[in-house]
Design a protein around this ligand. Structure first.
Ligand code: AMP
Length: 284
């Protein structure tokens, strides 16, 4: 595996691969790798010939009061893990390479960025995500890019951007990887003290309780949400949001049908955690 830091080096490394007709897979990340990231790298390894993992803690997707400075960073450990998964190139640019002096362009997706995390973190968060992902697509020109269902809204926003801007890339969304007790893996789990780590399991329990209710035949949104909320309350977790929405376009739903997403965000200690589940669907 090679580590490259500039767009020129990345293009130089990929040009012969592209000429030889090899497919390129891109896994965009902010580092501090865990099994969630590694599962995306393995999916890329299985589906494409050349695997590029990008590692960039993107400042523009953090709000002014968010954890940009505290965000865990360990490039050496990340490089070793990416290499072990069979990545070919680690693209780890400095901030100036991505946002040189005079940078003035934003890629904005409307509507689905204005609810859930967009409502609570500010839609600027998703403007930061779409702008950096559009840039990464132009830099690496991947055939396929891999994202996690853990960030369900992000994946939908990126699919929308790709469709709207006719970007020639296929988006693959991979299942959420969880700890044995159900907590979704996240780089931010590192912020949790032991007692908080225990309370954090309430998020997945809430999703499970809602799913059980649906599987038992309940379709009414408020009844399903009440089952989820009870689990959070029992653990003393106050959600930032707990909402049922269409899994296709995040429009609000009054009753649960085949593709309804239950999405939750909550602050536990210093960590802002998110999780989601498609109710009545295949377990993720
Ligand atoms: P991040 O480094 O947090 O920006 O995440 C990079 C990619 O990994 C994103 O596509 C995330 O959705 C994905 N990801 C993060 N956590 C998980 C997880 N627990 N399971 C699956 N994918 C994940």
């Amino acid at each position: 595996m090679r580590t490259v830091r500039t767009v020129a080096e990345l293009r130089e490394a990929l040009a012969p691969e592209r000429r030889a007709g090899r497919s390129i897979g891109l896994v965009p990340t902010m580092g501090a790798f865990h099994e969630g990231h590694l599962s995306l790298m393995r999916a890329a390894r299985d589906a494409t010939d050349v695997v590029v993992v990008s590692l960039f803690v993107n400042p523009t997707q953090f709000g002014p009061s968010e954890d940009l400075d505290a965000y865990p960073r360990d490039e050496a450990a990340d490089a070793a893990m990416a290499e072990e998964q069979g990545a070919d190139i680690l693209f780890a640019p400095p901030v100036e390479e991505v946002y040189p002096d005079g940078f003035a362009t934003t890629v904005k997706v409307d509507r689905i960025t204005e609810v859930l995390c967009g409502e609570h973190r500010g839609r600027e968060h998703f403007d930061g995500v779409t702008t950096v992902v559009a840039k990464l697509f132009n830099m690496a020109r991947p055939n396929v890019a891999f994202f996690g269902q853990k960030d369900a809204q992000q994946a939908l926003v990126i699919r929308r951007m790709v469709r709207d801007l006719d970007m020639p890339v296929r988006i693959e969304v991979c299942p959420t990887v969880r700890e044995p007790d159900g907590l979704a893996l996240s780089s931010r789990n590192a912020y949790l003290e032991p007692a908080e780590r225990e309370r954090a399991t309430a998020l997945n329990r809430a999703l499970g309780a809602a799913d059980d209710t649906v599987r038992a035949g309940e379709r009414d949104a408020s009844a399903v949400l009440a089952a989820a909320r009870a689990e959070l309350t029992a653990a003393g977790v106050e959600p930032e949001y707990l909402e049922l929405r269409s899994a296709d376009d995040l429009s609000p739903v009054e009753s649960v049908n085949g593709s309804t997403l239950l999405a939750v965000a909550a602050r536990v200690g210093r960590a802002r955690l998110i999780d989601n589940r498609v109710l009545g669907g295949i377990q993720q």
